[in-house]
Design a protein around this ligand. Structure first.
Ligand code: NAP
Length: 277
């Protein structure tokens, strides 16, 4: 079984350097895929109310046979549950659907600035952490300006900001801001959803030199940047391939060459304008 190392978040909690994305893993097949990932060493499972698979993730936690404390479950509060009371209810609902007593990490899924309720939502999350229903609190798809506002208005910096991040969009400025404020970066769609990324010549060349796959080159690049990637795979073999990135390193030149693929967001999801309910 693979061992995935952890880092310490700004709240003192241990957090894996790589986790499993679960978008699209549903039903019995989804549960089996998630259990297979845990069996190969994954400890961080990323779900959301809007993935409609919190039940499957909770069931996989139970079927894995591991102690609850060995696994970390992330879920996310959707846009339609923004606001203090709704965020509290959203979390109770998630716990009920998952059949769990607490969630390890809760994130505000999208900031939805036109609704202007993310600060109230954040206040609820601070209280949810206080009551123990949530162990760590963070955000997703927040810009530097939005993070600054949360910190200024509540005095509490998120432990994590989960954002679109892959070699086509390395998020250099945002990562520098995170480093300054002790916020852990987490990469969503770390493989750019298997677009043409994996065929890029620079990745093929590094893979050949290192004796690994282009996918492993990309996932190790996230680790070298200090971001936790959460690749999704339904397939146990690909899950193992994706998690097996802690036995080698990339050189600084290789990291720079991969970051040179930058071309911007792939799905037009700028958090100032893209909103999800
Ligand atoms: N916070 C947010 O707003 C947000 C937005 C998007 C995603 N997310 C989270 O991030 C997770 C990951 O993102 P994602 O699912 O969009 O994309 P991704 O992880 O970049 O890519 C997943 C795709 O790559 C394929 N794949 C995985 N490993 C592979 C390998 N070793 N070789 C070849 N193909 C491989 C998968 O197919 P198979 O399953 O067939 O292997 C799937 O089609 C999501 O599941 C979700 O948890 C969060």
């Amino acid at each position: 079984m693979l061992t995935i190392p952890t880092v310490t978040l700004n709240d003192g909690k241990a957090f894996p350097e790589l986790g499993l994305g679960t978008y699209g893993l549903r039903g019995d097949a989804g549960i089996s895929s998630i259990v297979a990932a845990v069996e190969s060493g994954y400890r961080l499972l990323d779900t959301a109310v809007n993935y409609e698979n919190e039940r499957e993730v909770g069931e996989a936690v139970r079927r894995s046979g591991l102690d609850r404390g060995e696994l970390l479950v992330t879920t996310k509060i959707p846009g339609r549950h923004h606001g203090y009371d709704d965020a509290i209810q959203s979390t109770s609902g998630s716990l009920e659907v998952m059949g769990l007593d607490y969630v390890d990490l809760s994130l505000i899924h999208w900031p939805n600035p036109s609704v202007d309720k993310y600060v109230d939502t954040w206040r609820a999350m601070i209280d949810l952490r206080g009551s123990g229903q949530v162990r760590s609190i963070g955000v997703s798809n927040f810009t530097e300006a939005m993070l600054t506002r949360l910190i200024d208005e509540t005095g509490v910096a998120p432990a994590v900001n989960q954002v679109e991040l892959h070699p086509y969009f390395p998020q250099g400025a945002l990562r520098a801001f995170h480093a300054e404020h002790g916020i852990r970066t987490e990469s969503w769609s770390p493989l750019a959803r298997r677009t043409e990324l994996l065929q890029e010549q620079v990745l093929q060349e590094i893979a050949e030199i290192q004796g690994i796959t282009p996918t492993q080159v990309v996932l190790r690049w996230h680790v070298e940047l200090g971001s936790t990637p959460i690749p999704k795979s339904a397939d146990p073999e690909r899950q193992r391939e994706n998690a097996d990135v802690f036995g080698f390193e990339l050189t600084a030149d290789e990291v720079e060459a991969i970051s040179g693929l930058e071309r911007g967001r792939l799905w037009d999801g700028h958090p100032d304008t893209h909103e999800e309910m």
